[in-house]
Design a protein around this ligand. Structure first.
Ligand SMILES: Cc1cc2nc3c(=O)[nH]c(=O)nc-3n(C[C@H](O)[C@H](O)[C@H](O)COP(=O)(O)OP(=O)(O)OC[C@H]3O[C@@H](n4cnc5c(N)ncnc54)[C@H](O)[C@@H]3O)c2cc1C
Length: 581
């Protein structure tokens, strides 16, 4: 799969690095987004090399939430859902968020952390799970070792590239040997994180504030299970002495991060073991359980989106294209959907199914989603200010905990405090952002709805709604991962005429490939002889509510204008379905 143009085939870490390698796609960065992108490309039939600079990933836990859409995408990409769930935080320990003066101190309020309840299963097969980023990365790395056509090479640093009309020539360094060599690829995906070298090399600016807040991320181990029996949570917002802080409980029995707001010029050297121990003890509110400090790293909160996602044959994905405040847990999750969107298009172009012009839709579809998620993450980060004001919280006053306790004890303040806690709810309930983003079409305009209010609709641009099929699978499980799917109702003319669409489609007929239950076919627009064209990333390309020559023509046009945008004027195709409504 990787062609060494001077020395023949190679795969794996152990081979000597050749001076020149040819591969269809080079992914720079073996973080979660680079590794997942590699798996997706391979599954979509395009070989790739994932080059990671470091021999080992940091064990700093970072992201904790994998939202339903990311899980749906992981399932479609063939990741073992059992493995992911086995390493996730137990649901009852990650179900809430608490606002407290310290872990054992007074509780100011609590809210559910996103939709993890059983009722959400009517909207998705995979409710959100909390999983520490290294645990997720381990599952990805294991999957790569079991996947043909993708090679992860650690210790390879991307340095620069030169773009030619039909290829990208990158220079990389093998950090162990110091040897420089070239990778010649048809495309390059920059998944090299927030400080992306590729993005800088291309001179693509990030738009938005860079340094909103400086933090020290203190990673420590402690078994706080006994202490928190009655009050488990995934996040604890702390209003104790000193600046407001957040504790992230990746594993209540072991893995914790204290996110401590610090000054712009403070470095990890200012946070030696003594300082960290004092801060952690203050946050816990007890000297009892032993703690072990693992790692201390500065981290700057930004709210930025890259001005361009695509430059020639180079594409930005994940944090290389956007960096958000972690409030809202949207960073990694946005990157997962970037890769889903990009990889099927690259594979389709390379297979000759789509024209290169389709690759422009990567930027037009994903950049807007990143901007929405960035704005929401920022607004979440700012919401806590309201609660601080109501509590009269003053980080510089040594008596602040006493003042908060007095306000909490005074019934006059109860209503205002409750309302300020309630005002935080949106921060932790963003199902519409997770599942409801759409690419064009009428849904994209529904931004005025609350972000918790997700109403699935089988319309152009939206993700195919999830419904549980008679055999327990989801409608999304039916979709082909590499080809366009045609989901049709029973007894329709679509099956017999699908070859007339002009593209190879994966045809799925009710009663033949799947059985829907109850009102599901009606909700999906599949009653009688309707049909949906669905992209490999699960988004709807076209909807017809009955079979006719006109509908067939509309489906043909929709497919052609999306897959071959340069050969068609870019007019929006009106479906017979939309004309009727
Ligand atoms: C405290 C915290 C909590 C968070 N919580 C959440 C959450 O709950 N949910 C969520 O969705 N997100 C969350 N995030 C954000 C999440 O961690 C990031 O969005 C995620 O790591 C982005 O993944 P990535 O693969 O794009 O980039 P990275 O994880 O940064 O990976 C980039 C990789 O590229 C490699 N690299 C860099 N330069 C080169 C080069 N020149 N050559 C080769 N390799 C290179 C790096 O070594 C690295 O391994 C959180 C972040 C923090 C800090």
């Amino acid at each position: 799969m990787l062609t060494d143009t001077t020395q023949g085939e190679t795969k794996g870490n152990q081979c000597k690095t050749p001076p020149s390698i040819e591969v269809p796609v080079l992914i720079v960065g073996g973080g979660p987004i680079g590794m997942l992108g590699g798996i997706m490309l391979a599954k979509r039939g395009l070989p790739c090399l994932v080059a990671e600079k470091y021999p080992q990933r940091l064990d700093a836990p970072k992201a904790h939430a994998l939202n339903p859409r990311s899980l749906e995408i992981c399932a479609a990409a063939g990741l073992s859902m059992n493995r992911l769930h086995a390493v996730a935080t137990p649901r009852h320990e990650g179900a809430d968020v608490r606002i407290v003066t310290s872990l054992v101190g007074q509780q100011i309020g609590s809210l559910p952390y996103e939709r993890q309840d059983e009722a959400v299963r009517t909207l998705t097969r995979w409710p959100l799970i909390n999983i520490s980023q290294p645990a997720f990365e381990q599952v990805l790395e294991q999957t790569i070792t079991q996947t043909d056509q993708v090679t992860l090479r650690k210790g390879l640093e991307w340095v620069s590239c030169e773009q030619q009309p039909d290829q990208v020539i990158s220079t990389l360094i093998d950090r162990a040997s110091g040897e420089r060599f070239q990778v010649i690829s048809r495309y390059l995906i920059a998944a090299d994180g927030a400080s992306s070298t590729v993005r800088e090399h291309l001179g693509i600016p990030m738009l938005g504030p860079h340094a909103l807040q400086h933090n020290m991320m203190i990673h420590f181990e402690a078994d706080l299970r006994e202490l928190l029996q009655e009050r488990p949570a995934i996040l604890y917002f702390l209003f104790g002495p000193g600046p407001s802080r957040v504790l992230i409980a990746y594993d209540i029995g072991k893995t914790w991060v204290l996110m401590h707001r610090c000054g712009e010029h403070e470095t990890a050297a200012n946070f030696g073991p003594e300082v960290c121990t004092r801060l952690i003890r203050q946050a816990i509110g007890s000297d009892k359980p032993p703690i072990q400090i693992k790692n201390v790293r500065p981290w700057v909160m930004s709210a930025q989106v890259a001005q361009q996602y695509v430059q020639g044959r180079v594409f930005l994905a994940g944090d290389a294209g956007h960096r958000f405040p972690p409030s809202g847990g949207l960073g990694l999750n946005t990157g997962v959907a970037d890769m889903d969107n990009l990889t099927w298009k690259l594979a389709s172009v390379e297979k000759g199914i789509a024209a290169p012009g389709i690759l422009d839709t990567y930027e037009s579809e994903r950049q807007g989603v990143a901007q929405t998620n960035m704005r929401q993450s920022l607004s979440n980060a700012q919401r806590m200010k309201v609660l601080m004001d109501v509590l009269g919280y003053n980080p510089d006053a040594p008596e602040t905990v006493k003042h908060i306790a007095q306000r909490l004890a005074n019934t006059e303040h109860h209503l205002a405090i409750q309302e300020a806690v309630e005002y935080q709810r949106e921060h932790f309930d963003s199902l519409r952002l997770q599942l409801g983003y759409a690419y064009g079409g009428t849904l994209q305009q529904e931004d005025s709805l609350p972000i918790s209010d997700f109403r699935p609709k089988a319309v152009v641009g939206a993700r195919l709604p999830h419904h549980t099929l008679a055999d327990g699978r989801s409608t999304l499980d039916l979709m082909h991962f590499a080809d366009i799917s045609l989901l049709c109702g029973h007894n329709s003319g679509w099956v017999a005429n699908s070859h007339r669409l002009g593209f190879h489609v994966h045809c799925l007929a009710q009663g033949r490939e799947y059985e829907m239950q109850g009102h599901c076919p009606v909700l999906m627009g599949l009653s009688k002889s309707g049909a949906l064209l669905v992209r490999p990333d699960g988004h709807i390309l076209a909807v017809a509510d009955a079979f006719s020559e006109d509908s067939l023509q509309y489906m043909q046009n929709a497919l052609r204008s999306y897959m071959h945008p340069s050969s068609e004027p870019s007019t929006t195709t009106i479906s017979p379905h939309e004309q009727h409504h």
